[in-house]
Design a protein around this ligand. Structure first.
Ligand SMILES: C[S@@+](CC[C@H](N)C(=O)[O-])C[C@H]1O[C@@H](n2cnc3c(N)ncnc32)[C@H](O)[C@@H]1O
Length: 391
């Protein structure tokens, strides 16, 4: 193990990440949704396999494995403390579709990928801590199936600028030979004693309430880089990978009715990250040879298989009237966006979809919309809103 990786492991074993929290369903972790973005299809008739590269304490991985019980997950990390904790949690929950293994992503030694590679790879907050991120990304690509899709989160340079001011200030005053624990005490004292409005701002305004593991991860990390969008795209290019889309595309678009909406996508992303807080670059990528899935034509849509987007939540607002519950409004919420109220035929169509966990044929769904003049247009609208996706 190289010295940098050794130091990263020592830090995370002392302060396992994330510091606390219940298992959760994180955006970007649904493998069928991820696969629907690439042109190539996964083979049918076998369970899908997903690698969580640098799973840490597995807060996201436990959520994924619980919500996708027919998918087999491998959670790997070099942090033995976090893995032991995760294994105990897997046993306590009786999860049969989640295995863990100690693996150094820089070498991948001892990892036995499934034949043909993983269908999905998820890696959140890890690549930027590797001693050689490009080598790590290439190693992940090597175990990704040709049709496979990765969802990755790495640090965004511009959004982290206030954070790095504090890192720089800490490094200027604290002697290098202090232990991590001593650095933590001294850095916390600095935060308490000095005014730092330029540091306690934007996404970093929560500086005072941080748990130790979060404080260390952010401000005392022994190895990390952060990338601008153009640097990230260059990294993907060097690794032979294709950017498919952001996990939250709405975070990366400019207002449609401005001159700027006509700029190239990359230039728009560059403007967004320079003008807004974007400290997390969260995206889907695949092999260079796998193209983005083209939108279906109206004709082919009829025969397509669709499913309800797992990143959509529905909310029904009802009222008691004369002893009966009456539905007043149906709302949907896509990821962390604002909830949107549906009306008319869209509300009717969406109410048919609630609780629909299995994929279905679009033309069968259209048949259920009896009396609707153009049911296919409704299906198209549901796809455009990302309430549905084509499997
Ligand atoms: C910030 S944590 C993220 C944990 C988890 N992905 C999450 O989002 O909650 C970074 C994780 O990457 C792991 N890591 C760093 N370098 C690694 C390497 N070379 N091989 C395997 N894991 C590594 C660390 O041990 C740590 O658990």
């Amino acid at each position: 193990m190289d010295d940098v990786t050794e130091a990263v492991r020592a830090m995370y074993e002392r302060f396992p990440y994330p510091p606390a929290g219940a298992p959760m369903h994180r955006v970007g972790t649904h493998v069928r949704l991820a696969l629907s973005l690439g042109e190539r299809r996964a083979p049918v008739g076998r369970a899908l396999r997903v690698l969580d590269a640098g799973c840490g304490r597995g807060i996201g991985l436990l959520g994924s494995a619980t919500l996708q019980p027919d998918v087999l997950f491998d959670g790997v990390d070099l942090n033995r403390v976090a893995l032991a904790e995760l294994e105990a949690e897997v046993a306590a929950r009786g999860l049969k579709n989640l295995r863990t293994q100690e693996v150094n992503l820089m070498t991948m030694a001892d990892l036995v990928p499934p034949e043909g590679g993983y269908d999905g790879i998820h890696s959140s907050g890890v690549l930027h801590h590797l001693s050689d991120p490009l080598q790590g990304l290439r190693a992940l690509k090597a175990v990704l199936a040709p049709h496979g899709v990765m969802s990755v989160m790495v640090y965004g340079l511009f959004g982290r600028e206030p954070l790095y001011r504090l890192v720089d200030a800490i490094n200027r005053v604290l002697p290098e030979d202090l232990s991590l624990e001593q650095r933590l005490v001294a850095a916390r004292q600095m935060v308490r004693q000095l005014p730092m409005p330029a540091v306690r701002t934007g996404p970093w305004a929560d500086l005072d309430g941080l748990r130790d593991a979060e404080f260390v991860d952010r401000y005392l990390n022994v190895n990390e880089v952060a990338w601008s969008v153009e640097e990230l795209f260059e990294l993907l290019e060097k690794a032979g990978m294709r950017f498919l889309r952001w996990c939250e595309p709405a975070d990366w678009t400019l207002p449609p009715n401005t001159n700027f909406a006509a700029l190239s996508p990359l230039l728009q992303y560059q403007l967004v990250e320079r003008l807004q807080w974007r400290h997390r670059l969260e995206f889907y990528a695949t092999h260079k040879e796998n193209l983005p899935r083209a939108a279906l034509t109206r004709d082919s849509l009829e025969d397509a298989v669709a499913a309800v987007n797992p990143e959509v939540a529905f909310r029904v607002e009802s009222r008691m009237l004369h002893g009966h519950s009456r539905t007043e409004r149906l709302l949907y919420q896509l990821r962390n966006q604002e909830a949107v109220a549906l009306t008319g035929v869209l509300a009717r169509a969406t109410s048919l979809l609630q609780g629909q966990s299995e994929p279905f044929l679009v033309h069968k769904f259209c048949k259920m919309l009896m009396g609707v003049a153009d049911p296919l247009a409704v299906a198209e609208d549901l796809l455009r809103r990302e309430i549905l996706y084509v499997v």
